[in-house]
Design a protein around this ligand. Structure first.
Ligand code: KG4
Ligand code: ZN
Length: 341
């Protein structure tokens, strides 16, 4: 089965063609980062309009490049969670194309897409495993017994990990999205100059909270700020380092705890923050000690992309699911409400 995948839930327009026999045939991504940069975050209406401009040319390009014209067996598109206008663009175009081509369509849960993205890589883990989903909007630990077989183990009570990276970056006048900028700056940071708290690690449970860490960061920035309102370059690097260490340590302590609690030895990390090199290093080190292993997708499939949607949609279509003719989007949609295959 050859599936066209479409992702438009936020600020990336992603398309891909996945074939259940041949694997991923290709993907294309257009990022709106530059469009939103001057606003310091995603502007929903601008995002929707840009998806309208970019999606059809990208679909044309991927069909041509993968030699898939007239060969698509189904269309998968993100229908939630995300920005309602942005979701509507991909869902309307995806559903309409499937209707015009006379093939089945399926709406995909964006976070299920992220969760399954590491399975696109060579030597993927077998079920069951624990998944850490860390994106701009979510921080969740999930027990995964199979596709759709999800039990929420813990999640953030306030800010998501990616959101915390973005806000910390903004405090130091770094561009949006801040995660990659903090990570780059942290490389030059002096280990140990600042030590930030590891929230909620001193009590049992698998929930997270990053808002206190955000305040701690803000206070540290304010305390060391010069006349221009910012600490000097080295001090910013030291703060970025301390901030990243605190987030990464907190995530890795909870991941280890989740694996032990579930009696499992495979962990998948997915979503934008799973691209963080320090997080990968820390987890590899921590899990080795308990004979466990961490799996993740290549960098370009950690952040939003069409490949993960084509893949997740294909798995559900192969199990016999498909969408009716209506276009339904779900800006809020709990992952553990999905049906198991
Ligand atoms: O999964 P994603 O592309 O979009 C959502 O579904 O939210 O995640 C975006 C988030 C942003 O908050 C961004 O700052 C963060 O992932 N991110 C990173 C890194 N790359 C992206 N955070 C830390 N380190 C990175 N290398
Ligand atoms: Zn995402």
């Amino acid at each position: 089965m050859r599936v066209l995948g479409i992702e438009t839930s936020c600020d990336e327009t992603g398309v891909a063609v996945y074939d259940s026999d041949a694997g991923l045939l290709g993907h294309e991504l257009y990022s709106q980062i530059k469009l939103h940069a001057e606003y310091g975050g995603v502007v929903p209406e601008l995002a929707s309009r840009d998806h309208v401009r970019k999606l059809i040319p990208l679909i044309d390009e991927i069909l041509l490049r993968t030699n898939s014209k007239n060969k698509i067996d189904a269309v998968a598109y993100t229908c939630g969670p995300g920005l309602i206008g942005a979701l509507l663009v991909g869902s309307c175009i995806g559903r309409s194309l499937a209707f015009a081509w006379g093939v089945p369509a399926i709406g995909v849960h964006h976070m299920e897409g992220h969760l399954l993205a590491p399975l696109l890589e060579e030597n993927p883990p077998a079920f069951p495993f624990v998944a850490l989903l860390v994106s701009g909007g979510h921080t969740q630990l999930v027990e995964v017994k199979g596709i759709g077989h999800y039990r929420m183990l813990g999640e953030s009570l306030d800010d998501a990990a990616g959101e915390a990276f973005d806000k910390a970056a903004k405090m130091m006048d770094l561009d949006y999205p801040g995660g990659p900028h903090i990570a780059k700056l942290a490389e030059r940071g002096t280990p140990g100059r600042f030590v930030f708290p590891r929230p909620m690690t001193d009590r049992p449970g698998l929930d997270f909270s990053f808002s206190g860490l955000k305040t701690y960061t803000l206070n540290t920035v304010a305390k060391h700020a010069g006349e221009d309102g910012l600490p000097d370059d080295q001090c910013c690097a030291d703060i970025a380092h301390a901030f990243q260490e605190a987030v990464v340590d907190t995530l890795s302590i909870k991941c280890r705890r989740a694996l032990e609690q579930c009696g499992m030895n495979s962990l998948i990390i997915a979503g934008g923050v799973s691209a963080n090199t320090r997080l990968r290093e820390k987890l590899e080190h921590a899990l080795k000690k308990i004979n466990s292993q961490v799996f993740y997708a290549r960098h370009e499939f950690c952040t939003d992309n069409g490949a993960m949607i084509a893949y997740a949609g294909c798995q559900r279509l192969l199990a016999g699911e498909q969408q009716g003719l209506s276009v339904d989007v779900f800006p809020r949609w709990p992952l553990d409400s999905l049906g198991a295959l």
